[in-house]
Design a protein around this ligand. Structure first.
Ligand SMILES: Cc1ncc(COP(=O)(O)O)c(C=O)c1O
Length: 467
């Protein structure tokens, strides 16, 4: 029996989605440096688990972390450095991602902790980190915090003369001589000096700080610390900084008899993200851990220490350990055409969840294969704010409302710097061995807020608004 034309048409449309024709203007930027259009291969699974299954179980948007990648990155860092440094300590930088499950993964690998606030210290100790396995950095450590952490053996990195005096006062009051470190700021040819943190080495201030500390006799100088910056793409910055530290440490030993237990090179290694101002893609320019290790080994070779007294090298690596392990899965809410013809997508996650989209061109991929022509697409988040743009122009295939879109390399700083503005923060899950997965943090709900808000009695008395 022959079908009526309308019946035939509806059978056809249920099988093949109509794709309106598009005219794509040629413009610089469509091709990459190698004269090929950028490929947009779907990312359908994370460590063997279908992304769509995760969305169905935990909702959208969703942060997903790969335990395997966390472990692999940690082991690669440890192995690259222990080839050159027999005494090595990796102190996980809590602020980069302080979800308990992430920190626990690194603790299980043998990491110490590095914190920059009393809140982080409390969180680390609550997770089971021994206080004496914590380095405490940061420009603000209240006297009450010092009073709490110093007698427990936490290694405080002093930031300024006022803090030094406060630490001495606390130590004298408690009758202890705690181990401390001095944070130093050091200029390199490749980094902006973070001279607002610590004592400046180049100006001579660091020397004064050592003299002051030794003169006080109330604190024991156990280490020197320097963090040259973050996302440092040039390993030579570490060679320069460590070489200056080595020279300084040698003088301290020779002139003052100070034998340091550790030299802490801070964090700062890059991840394979691409900065907005960067020309080549991140994965092509991101140095390996071995290159950073070689640079630091070169710099520290100037240390005039006998072998048996060699200080431990401490690393406070943050983003390079966790960025690649993190994914943000979002869903398309709407397609739009802007007046100039640009295609736009509205997603259910934006700059509220991806703070790092302020400076990175984040890799973003569809979860399924989509036919049709890729074209430059701007991606907006759900906020009613003009600044909520997560990608300004990325070649992307046509997608529809409900389709999932994944941002890669977002594990660092986003789940600590995310903002709670007009919506709930999403769930965070980890995918582990054998395709198991579980919550690291549940999605917020009204209870998250009502448990903290209070309405003073004089406001509740007035019921004018109630029906
Ligand atoms: C003192 C200190 N240590 C470690 C880190 C971690 O740095 P990154 O994530 O760049 O490795 C930071 C970050 O700014 C820091 O300030």
């Amino acid at each position: 029996m022959s079908q009526t034309p309308s019946r035939a048409l509806s059978t056809l449309t249920s099988r093949l989605a109509y794709e309106p024709p598009t005219i794509v203007r040629h413009q610089a930027g469509l091709m990459n440096k190698f004269s090929r259009t950028q490929s947009v291969r779907p990312l359908s699974h994370i460590d063997g688990v279908p992304v769509e299954d995760l969305l169905a179980e935990y909702g959208s948007p969703l942060f997903v972390f790969s335990q395997k990648t966390l472990q692999e990155r940690y082991r690669e860092l440890r192995d690259s450095f222990s080839l050159r440094f027999p005494k090595l300590r990796i102190a996980w930088s809590w602020k980069t991602n302080y979800l308990d499950g992430i920190c626990k993964t690194f603790l299980n690998e043998g990491a110490w902790g590095e914190v920059v606030s009393e809140f982080e210290w409390e969180k680390a100790v609550a997770l089971g980190v021994a206080p004496e396995r914590i380095h405490f950095n940061g420009p603000y450590k209240p006297e009450s915090a010092l009073e709490r952490v110093l007698p427990l053996g936490t290694i405080v990195h002093l930031d300024n003369f006022d803090e030094l005096a406060t630490a001495e006062r606390v130590a004298a009051r408690l009758g202890i001589v705690p181990k401390v470190a001095l944070r130093l700021s050091i200029a390199t040819d490749h980094t902006q000096t973070w001279d607002r943190f610590g004592f400046n080495l180049d100006s001579g201030q660091a020397r004064d700080a050592v003299a002051r500390l030794l003169g006080g006799g109330q604190l024991q100088l156990a280490g020197l610390h320097c963090h040259v910056g973050t996302f440092v793409l040039e390993p030579d910055a570490y060679r320069q900084a460590s070489s200056k530290l080595a020279a300084f440490a040698s003088v301290l030993r020779e002139e003052h008899g100070v034998v340091l237990e550790f030299i802490d090179m801070g964090g700062g290694f890059a991840s394979p993200n691409t900065l907005k101002a960067q020309y080549l893609p991140g994965e092509q320019v991101c140095p390996s851990f071995s290159r950073y290790a070689a640079a630091i080994a070169d710099g520290l070779s100037g240390l005039r220490y006998p072998m048996r007294e060699m200080p431990t090298l401490v690393l406070e690596t943050g983003r390079a350990l966790v960025d690649e392990a993190g994914y943000l899965v979002t869903s398309v809410v709407a397609n739009k055409r802007l007046p100039d013809g640009t295609r736009a997508l509205v997603l259910d996650g934006g700059v509220n969840l991806l703070f790092t989209s302020n400076w990175y061109k984040h890799d973003v991929l569809p979860v399924r294969e989509h036919g049709g022509i890729s074209e430059p697409t701007v991606m907006y988040g759900p906020l009613c704010m003009n600044i909520d743009v997560v990608r300004e122009a990325v070649m992307f295939p046509p997608v529809r409302p409900g389709d999932a879109v994944v941002f890669r390399n977002v594990g660092a700083y986003n789940v600590t710097q995310w903002m709670q503005f007009i919506t709930y923060r999403p769930a965070v899950v980890m995918v582990g061995d054998g395709r198991q997965h579980g919550l690291l943090r549940k999605r917020e709900d009204l209870e998250t807020f009502s448990s903290h808000e209070r309405t003073p009695a004089w406001l509740t008395a007035d019921k004018a608004h109630a029906r």
